[in-house]
Design a protein around this ligand. Structure first.
Ligand SMILES: CC(C)(COP(=O)(O)OP(=O)(O)OC[C@H]1O[C@@H](n2cnc3c(N)ncnc32)[C@H](O)[C@@H]1OP(=O)(O)O)[C@@H](O)C(=O)NCCC(=O)NCCS
Length: 138
């Protein structure tokens, strides 16, 4: 697998992958999320490519204090081959190169299955609650 920065032309292929693995939600416009992440210097989208196909993807960014991972996905036909692990390592390198001392991510409450994956990579659970409020509509 070759890891590249996503070219905006291939946004539809990434959305297709996210749909396949169940990462999209009706209240988040995935195209908008991807374009926003590609826009500035503090975030990007990395994709794993084999031949012509995008087989894995992850969004990575930082807020000036911590690094964040979002939307990690490996195509179901290519899972358990180490691609997710490779992509997380590439995201971590991207953050280290920008001086970030820590990486964190949020896992939806119903996505218990993925916890084993992150634990395998050395991630631990923090005792925090995430609070949020939408700013794009009142
Ligand atoms: C999470 C995900 C990206 C992992 O991708 P992957 O390419 O299959 O991961 P890897 O092959 O690198 O897995 C490495 C190790 O993690 C562990 N692991 C992977 N998936 C696992 C799972 N579903 N449950 C428990 N452990 C898991 C295994 O120990 C695995 O090693 P092994 O195959 O030798 O046993 C993939 O399962 C996925 O796309 N899931 C759906 C989307 C999702 O939930 N994303 C995360 C949002 S926070």
């Amino acid at each position: 697998m070759q890891i590249e920065h996503l070219n905006a032309d291939r946004i539809p292929a990434v959305i297709e992958l996210w749909d396949k693995v169940g990462l999209t939600r009706p209240w988040n416009d995935p195209g908008h999320d991807l374009r926003r992440a590609l826009r500035g210097p503090s975030s990007t989208v990395l994709v794993g490519v084999e031949g012509d196909m995008i087989v894995a993807s992850a969004m990575v960014g930082h807020d000036g204090h911590r690094g964040w991972l979002y939307y990690l996905a490996t195509d179901p036909d290519h899972q358990r081959r180490g691609l997710g692990t490779e992509l997380v390592a590439a995201c971590e390198s991207w953050l280290v190169n920008r001086g970030m001392p820590k990486v964190q991510l949020m896992v939806r409450g119903d996505n218990v299955a993925v916890i084993g994956f992150y634990r395998h990579l050395g991630y631990g659970e923090d005792d925090v609650r995430v609070l949020s409020r939408r700013l794009d509509h009142s």
